[in-house]
Design a protein. Structure first.
Length: 123
């Protein structure tokens, strides 16, 4: 799973930078509120791209909990950020998808903490 988390982290980072460049060049028809939503989604995506990279580096010590964190980060970022991008760019609202994605992101952080605690007790 190490390669998966590192690969997904790299892909998420690449996409975040591309979306930041796209947003910086002023997509037509986006008001300040929708641009702010784009910036929030990009910020969350880039931080969780780094979290995925960390999972990839940590999974050999963190085990299944670190894998769970990686899965939660990947799916959470897709749902949370994807729904914000849809809202900002297309005024397409997915309702419950955004909070589900956010909850998965928080779960990922909790699993990462638990993996560190569990690894400490195994050492």
């Amino acid at each position: 799973m190490q390669r998966l988390w590192i690969g997904l982290g790299g892909l998420a980072g690449l996409a975040a930078v591309a979306l930041a460049a796209f947003t910086a060049h002023g997509p037509r028809g986006l008001d300040q509120e929708r641009l702010a939503i784009m910036h929030s989604a990009i910020d969350i995506q880039i931080w969780h791209a780094l979290a995925l990279l960390a999972c990839g580096l940590w999974v050999s010590r963190g085990g299944k909990l670190a894998d769970g964190a990686g899965a939660a980060f990947a799916l959470g970022a897709l749902l949370f950020c994807g729904s914000l991008y849809g809202s900002a760019l297309y005024e397409f609202h997915l309702g419950i998808v955004t909070p589900i994605g956010g909850t998965l992101l928080m779960l990922g952080w909790a699993l990462l903490v638990l993996s560190a605690i569990a690894a400490r007790h195994q050492a």
